[in-house]
Ligand binder design. Structure first.
Ligand code: GCU
Length: 393
């Protein structure tokens, strides 16, 4: 097979982006990656504080006959004993059963937050309804096709993002950020301190802490996934935490995979005025001129390298700038090339429903802003390809 073409330069698309400066794998890992990570902390998402100590896990329920006997389901509360005022998150794990009606061996796992409560992702009557969710049981089940995913030998863990922080400008007072802040509910957030996306991303990392020690899960095969604002969150979690060996962004748009320097769809000015709590306050200062921001989103993709990243777009989702999402993946290519790998490996935006990519996968599917069975099919294919290759190394 001929080698794919190297990533083109941003100038080929009329873009003037901050330089990746991916001189070599060694330089990237030791010097440039820590610099870029610090820039994203300072200018976009804020710094994730340390000092939380070890999480505690409390298995609330296990049943081995979920999904008509095809799965074992566990509900686990994850708390931080050093942050006693945060009630924790409830992780819902579905693991495929082997022929003996129990999980057999360790399987890979997709890890993602949901918008409306664990009950919204399943029709199972015994998953408790989250009191402050307005969404009915099973209403979002199409976004969580457990049978389809488990049928591929992969587990799925999800939790409600509202457990970590309710999604409103003052939600932090009722979430982890408020419970852990130095001045608690009186805290006056400073530039560089974390926003809600940072807190949600930390929640994903707490889920990984649990999964690493669950006997049914292979801790080297965790994929982090998220849709839309939770796709931004998945990218930020994947940038920070190398336990996520596959990172999946679905329709994540502005503040996610879409390049901020393209004034298409949602812009920095729009997102920071509607959702100021998602980011550190510095990000809003670039609203009138994103070209002053020292990073752009191709660098966020590069932070996950050499781990695999998949960016999914939808052609009718113009608010998320599908082509801008593609370009961030494409233009992260030099970081992968520094590792001797290929990124997206194409020269232009592919046609609808034609998945492409090597270490950076990409598709733009027909339809609108949603996480669909088609998307999951691509993500699970891609993840298996990388997990198998890594096992063969
Ligand atoms: C809004 C927001 C987007 C976000 C989306 C979502 O449309 O402007 O940035 O991705 O909500 O999370 O569904």
């Amino acid at each position: 097979m001929p080698s794919p073409p190297p990533a083109p330069s941003p100038a080929a698309f009329g873009l003037d982006l901050p330089a990746l400066d991916a001189r070599s794998a060694e330089h990237w890992q030791r010097v440039r990656r820590p610099e870029v990570l610090a820039l994203f902390e300072q200018h976009v998402y804020g710094r994730t504080p340390g000092g939380f100590g070890q999480p505690a896990f409390d298995v609330l329920a296990t049943r081995s006959d979920a999904l008509g006997g095809r799965a074992t389901r566990r509900l686990v509360r994850v708390t931080l004993p050093r942050v006693p005022d945060w009630p924790g998150l409830v992780l819902m794990l579905h693991v495929p059963n082997g022929p003996g009606g129990q999980p057999a061996g360790r399987v890979p796992c997709f890890v993602g937050l949901n918008f409306a409560g664990n009950h919204s992702a399943t029709n199972a009557a015994d998953v408790p309804i989250v009191a402050d969710s307005e969404v009915a049981r099973g209403a979002k089940a199409s976004r969580w096709p457990f049978d389809q995913i488990l049928g591929r030998g992969v587990a799925v863990a999800t939790a409600w993002y509202g457990d970590i922080e309710p999604d409103s400008p003052n939600g932090w007072r009722r979430g982890l950020r408020g419970a852990a802040a130095p001045q608690r509910h009186e805290h006056d957030w400073q530039p560089g301190e974390w926003g809600a996306i940072g807190a949600w991303a930390f929640g994903l990392r707490l889920m990984a802490d649990y999964l690493e020690q669950d006997p049914a899960i292979d801790p080297r095969r965790l994929a982090v996934i998220g849709h839309s604002r939770l796709g931004k969150t998945a990218l930020w979690a994947g940038a920070q935490d190398s336990r996520f060996t596959v990172v999946v962004s679905n329709d994540s748009g502005e503040g996610g995979a879409a390049l901020m320097r393209r004034p298409v769809g949602e812009t920095t000015a729009k997102i920071t005025s509607t959702f100021p709590h998602w980011f550190t306050s510095t990000y809003a200062t670039y609203g009138d001129d994103p070209s002053r921001c020292p990073v752009d989103q191709h660098m966020l993709v590069g932070l996950a390298a050499p781990r695999a990243v998949y960016i999914g777009s939808a052609i009718e989702d113009s608010w998320a700038d599908p082509e801008g999402e593609f370009l961030a993946g494409l233009l992260a290519g030099p970081v992968y090339e520094a590792f001797g790998l290929h990124g997206v490996g194409v020269e232009r935006w592919p046609a609808v429903d034609v998945p492409v990519g090597h270490h950076v996968g990409y598709h733009v599917r027909r339809g609108g802003h949603d996480l669909t069975a088609y998307d999951w099919q691509r993500y699970v294919d891609f993840a298996w390809r990388h997990w198998r290759d890594a096992a063969a190394d």
